[in-house]
Design a protein. Structure first.
Length: 252
């Protein structure tokens, strides 16, 4: 096999091959590596050979004995790397993640999906490339998780859900039946989303919110009961990509 990467604003390269990008805004580098090591099911077959990071001060140093080899675009110089791991994720960087993926131009199939051994995913559900699902989460039946989505610990994704590309769903979130979460949305800790609700692309749901109505693209939802304010204009491409994703999964 080759060597895979992860995203953070750094890349990490592995043997069996795992490259890994990370973004300092999300985790400390050491934290990210610990998360990766804990989540990988086949640690004996994966060897992290290095990190790539756009932070010039880190280049030439080591994190947990893993060398920082260069900037993100240095991945082109690493010929024996077959896979990558994408780990960027915070409410400030969820759109930046899309820009980085697009700029790198790496085939989605080359990104490794990491699912913690304690996670339960029903057999009728599927998880896209480059996604990471952390400890104790559950994905119920007939649900699709899009590529590059991160689901943090102890989150419950209900049945018949559709989660788009690049979403960041934090810890202890709960969705009910038939929920749709649009591309590159952020769902805060301990939020709950009611049945058949659609979260539009690039929405941001504050922690502890109870969402009982559909959101508009780019809307910021907060409080309990929840209220929404228009936060930012959303790139029409993201909205179109979400429509295409719903169509390809036979739902509107």
């Amino acid at each position: 096999m080759g060597k895979p990467p992860i995203l953070r604003k750094s890349i990490s390269l592995v043997t069996k091959n795992l490259n890994h990008f990370h973004l300092p805004l999300i985790y400390e580098l050491s934290e990210l590596l610990n998360d990766i090591n804990d989540t990988l099911k086949e640690k004996d077959k994966i060897n992290i050979i290095g990190l790539l990071d756009d932070n010039e001060s880190l280049i030439g140093t080591s994190i947990l004995d893993v060398p920082v080899l260069g900037r993100l675009d240095y991945y082109k110089e690493i010929l024996d790397c077959e896979f990558y791991i994408f780990g960027i994720g915070s409410h400030k960087t969820h759109i930046l993640r899309r820009e980085i993926i697009s700029k790198l131009g790496i085939d989605k199939k080359k990104f490794l999906t990491l699912i913690h051994p304690s996670v339960k995913i029903f057999s009728t559900s599927k998880v896209g490339e480059g996604s990471i699902i952390h400890f104790g989460s559950i994905v119920f039946n007939n649900t699709t998780i899009g590529p590059f989505t991160i689901i943090m610990a102890l989150t419950v994704i209900g049945a018949n859900n559709l989660v788009g590309e690049g979403c960041l769903i934090t810890s202890s979130v709960s969705t009910t039946n038939g929920v749709k979460i649009g591309n590159y949305s952020f769902i805060g800790t301990k939020s709950a989303i009611s049945e058949n609700i659609e979260i539009s692309p690039d929405s941001k749901i504050s922690m502890c919110s109870q969402v009982r109505k559909n959101t508009d693209p780019g809307e910021f939802v907060f409080s309990n009961p929840s209220r929404g304010i228009k936060l930012s204009a959303v790139n029409p491409t993201i909205i179109n990509e979400w429509s295409d994703f719903k169509s390809s999964n036979h739902t509107q």
